[in-house]
Design a protein around this ligand. Structure first.
Ligand SMILES: Nc1ncnc2c1ncn2[C@@H]1O[C@H](COP(=O)(O)OP(=O)(O)O)[C@@H](O)[C@H]1O
Ligand SMILES: [Mg+2]
Length: 322
């Protein structure tokens, strides 16, 4: 039995999802016989960790504060081992622009894109480059904040007149935005979990929209408006390729213990494109990684046990030895 602090919540926009992931993880840890302390991450974080003296921290946070390396840096200073990816992998994955640049360098397919930050937009005339961007990416075009999740701030621009509004919306989430070629096709997610012999891709989950308003992705991700199919009904060769691309992306980004790679499978061409990688994907009742694990024969408690065991195996980490 170990003392496990479950870190959840925080100030991110995905706070509610994180609270649900955390609660489900706590239940599993209790069933596994651990002594669990739930920590809603806030100003008293350090004090609580110093008092509680956990053997390990299970980080069940999404988005800012937790999936971006923030609490991981603090846990390293305190010398507390923690679950999942380290600081730099979190930093690489929280920012879709960084992830996409790394994919391009490594010849991993990702949809063509451009990006700029708020300074470029407000003070350096980036808006004047929009016609050139539009010409190269075409319409519809996807506009999204560089960091975000749960489709927050993801907008589709059908024509040039939609782009400024989409940019303003995306800038309300992050000071860097991404303009990306729209890939018409199927929305796939590949969960990766590390087994005894390294990372293993799990059965693929496909998100199938229920209604036709496929431009409104924020609404689409509301509960009940999307069906999830696992394993996705795909030709064996496509599954294999998606698995290969997901594993290559997982390794490229330096993810650890588990993660989820989101892909688009293009209609017509059959080409696959990496959209993003998630260092701490959702772990709720309706989340994709638990569904994929279940389909792969790993029930939720065993998934949690596996992630915890990996944190112990690795032990406390430090960016550089003092
Ligand atoms: N370039 C694109 N082409 C088509 N659909 C996209 C594209 N980018 C995003 N989407 C849709 O929006 C969803 C959310 O985008 P994603 O980049 O994964 O961000 P988030 O961090 O919000 O999950 C995707 O699962 C996909 O359905
Ligand atoms: Mg995604």
């Amino acid at each position: 039995m170990s003392r496990v602090a479950v870190l959840k919540g925080g100030s991110s926009l995905e706070r509610q999802v994180s609270l649900r992931s955390g609660a489900r993880v706590e239940d599993a840890l209790e069933r596994l016989g651990h002594d669990v302390e739930a920590v809603d991450v806030g100003a008293d974080l350090i004090e609580r960790l110093r008092q509680g003296r956990p053997d390990v921290a299970f980080v069940a946070m999404h988005g800012r504060d937790g999936e971006d390396g923030t609490v991981q840096e603090l846990l390293e200073i305190l010398g507390i081992p923690y679950t999942g990816s380290g600081v730099v992998a979190c930093a690489r994955t929280i920012d879709k622009v960084v992830t996409k640049h790394l994919c391009v360098e490594a010849d991993i397919p990702t949809a063509p894109f451009f990006s700029f930050n708020q300074t470029a937009f407000d003070r350096l005339g980036a808006a004047d480059t929009l016609p050139a961007i539009e010409e190269r990416l075409g319409f519809p075009m996807v506009v999204k904040p560089a960091s975000g999740g749960s489709a927050l701030g993801v907008k589709f621009a059908r024509a040039a007149r939609d782009v400024p509004g989409a940019l303003v919306a995306a800038f309300s989430y992050d000071d860097r935005v991404l303009l990306e070629r729209y890939v018409a096709g199927r929305d796939l997610a590949v969960a990766v979990v590390e087994g005894a012999d390294g990372p293993v891709p799990l059965p693929i989950v496909e998100a199938v929209p229920r209604d036709e308003d496929f431009y409104d992705f924020e609404a689409r991700y509301e509960i009940g408006r999307t069906d999830f199919v696992c394993p996705a009904d795909l030709p064996g060769e496509t599954t294999e390729r998606a698995h290969e691309i997901a594993l290559a992306t997982y390794r490229l980004l330096g993810l650890e213990a588990f993660g989820r790679i989101d892909l688009m499978l293009e209609e017509g061409t059959g080409d696959l494109y990496v959209l993003e990688a998630n260092a701490i994907p959702g772990l709720t009742e309706t989340s994709l990684v638990p569904q994929a694990a279940e389909a792969g024969g790993l029930d939720f408690d065993r998934l949690v046990a596996r992630i915890l065991a990996l944190a112990f195996e690795r032990g406390p980490r430090a960016a550089a030895p003092a």
